[in-house]
Design a protein. Structure first.
Length: 388
C-alpha cells in the first residue's frame, strides 16, 4: 500500500505518493541471510565510520542510531566506499551523503549501485558532473531502476535530447528526483495552455530549471503576474522574456524599479511601455538606469517616450560603446564630414564592424587618433569575448 509523503521541492510542499517499502524488505531480508554470508554487525560500524571516513564519534553514533532497527547486514560497507571512490568521489563527499543516507553503505554494489549509476552514465553524466550529482543526490540510488528512469524519460520527452537533459540536470539535480514528474508534467501542461510551443518550454526549462518544479498554482501566478503587472499579453513574443524577468523580481524590487524611472523623469505610461517592449531593462541596476537615462535625456535630448520605444539603448554599455561612438560622431559633425542629422540610434546599435566601415575607415586620415583608439578598444573587446 502506498503511503503519503509531504515532499518539499524548492520550499513548496506537495502531497505525493511515496515509494513502496521495498527497501525495508531488502535490508531485512539481507539481515536474515544465512551465516555463510557473514553478516556485518552494525555495532561495529561506529569505529568503521571513524576510521575509514573521518566521522567524529558523535557523528558516527548519530548514523548508527538511525540504523538501530537493523540487527545485521550482509553487505560489507568497505565495498560501497570503494565503489564510490572508484567513481571519483572523495571521502568528504562520501561522508556527506552517508550522513544523510547511511543505508547506502549496505546496498549491494553489483545488484543495486552499479546498475543504477549506469543509468546516469548512459544518460551522459560522467566525470566531475557525475560525482557532483551523486554527492548531492545519492539518495536517488536507493530507488529502484524504474523510479530512477521515470524522470529521465519525462525530461527526454519534453527537452528532446539527452544532451539538453544533462545540461539542465547539471544546473538542477532535483529534476531527477523520482517524484519530479509529478510537478513537471502539470506545469508543462499549464505552459502549453498559455500557448507556449515545445521549443519555448524547452528553452524555459534550460533557463530556469527550478521553476518547473514549483507548485502549478505558483507557476500560474507567475504567468498571470507577467501578463498583468508587466502588461505583456501572453500572445506577445516578449511574454516569454517577461516571465523570465518577473520570476527573478520580488514585488518590492519591481516597485523600486518603477520609482527609479519615475525619479528620472519617466511617466507611468512610458514605464509600462518600456517593460512591455524590453522586460530585461527591469533587471538593470539603479546606477546603470540613472547614468543611461541621464545621458540620453540630458546630452541627446531624448524623451522618455522615445527611450521606451527604443529600449535597446538602455541595455548598451554607456562607457564601452555609446560614449566613444558619440564622441566620434561629434567630431565628424564638427569637421562637417557627416550630416548633423546623423541617426544616433542606428550608430549606437551597429556592430563594431559596421560602425567602423561607416564612420571610421572613410575618415581615418582626418581623425587618426580617434581611429587608432577606437580600433584598439575593439580588438581588446574581441579578445575578451573570445576568452569568455
Amino acid at each position: 500500500m502506498m503511503s503519503k509523503l509531504l515532499l518539499q521541492i524548492n520550499g513548496v510542499g506537495r502531497i505525493l505518493s511515496c515509494k513502496p517499502l521495498w527497501h525495508l524488505h531488502y535490508y531485512s531480508s539481507n539481515a536474515a541471510a544465512s551465516s555463510r554470508n557473514q553478516p556485518q554487525n552494525p555495532d561495529s560500524m561506529v569505529g568503521h565510520l571513524m576510521d575509514s571516513l573521518g566521522f567524529s564519534q558523535t557523528q558516527a553514533l548519530s548514523v548508527r542510531k538511525r540504523l538501530s532497527a537493523y540487527k545485521s547486514f550482509k553487505q560489507d560497507p568497505d565495498l560501497v566506499v570503494s565503489f564510490f571512490q572508484g567513481l571519483g568521489l572523495d571521502k568528504t563527499q562520501i561522508k556527506r551523503f552517508i550522513s544523510t543516507e547511511p543505508r547506502l553503505l549496505f546496498c549491494s554494489v553489483d545488484k543495486a549501485l552499479k546498475p543504477r549509476v549506469q543509468i546516469f552514465q548512459d544518460l551522459g553524466l560522467s566525470g566531475p558532473d557525475l560525482t557532483t550529482f551523486l554527492a548531492h543526490h545519492a539518495y536517488i540510488l536507493r530507488r529502484t531502476d524504474c523510479y530512477i528512469r521515470r524522470p529521465i524519460e519525462c525530461l527526454r520527452g519534453i527537452l528532446g535530447s539527452d544532451e539538453i537533459v544533462v545540461e539542465v540536470v547539471k544546473r538542477c539535480g532535483r529534476l531527477l528526483d523520482p517524484y519530479a514528474p509529478l510537478a513537471i508534467e502539470p506545469n508543462v501542461a499549464l505552459l502549453r495552455k498559455f500557448g507556449w510551443s515545445g521549443d519555448k518550454i524547452s528553452k524555459f526549462i534550460v533557463n530556469k530549471p527550478w521553476i518547473i518544479l514549483r507548485e502549478t498554482k505558483w507557476l500560474e501566478g507567475l504567468l498571470q503576474g507577467a501578463e498583468t503587472d508587466f502588461g505583456i499579453p501572453r500572445e506577445c513574443k516578449m511574454f516569454y522574456h517577461g516571465v523570465l524577468v518577473y520570476a527573478s523580481l520580488k514585488k518590492s524590487t519591481f516597485d523600486e524599479k518603477v520609482e527609479i524611472f519615475r525619479s528620472c523623469g519617466w511617466t507611468d505610461t512610458s514605464i509600462r511601455s518600456l517593460v512591455r517592449n524590453l522586460p530585461f531593462t527591469f533587471t538593470l541596476s539603479e546606477a546603470n538606469v540613472r547614468k543611461s537615462a541621464g545621458f540620453f535625456m540630458g546630452e541627446l535630448g531624448y524623451t522618455d517616450e522615445y527611450l521606451a520605444s527604443h529600449p535597446i539603448l538602455l541595455s548598451l554599455s554607456l562607457e564601452r560603446r555609446v560614449k566613444p561612438r558619440y564622441e566620434i560622431l561629434k567630431i565628424l559633425i564638427e569637421k562637417k564630414l557627416i550630416s548633423e542629422r546623423v541617426n544616433h540610434y542606428n550608430a549606437f546599435c551597429f556592430n563594431d564592424l559596421k560602425f567602423a566601415n561607416l564612420y571610421l575607415h572613410p575618415y581615418k586620415d582626418e581623425i587618426p587618433e580617434k581611429y587608432e583608439s577606437y580600433m584598439s578598444n575593439c580588438r581588446r573587446g574581441m579578445v575578451r569575448r573570445a576568452e569568455n
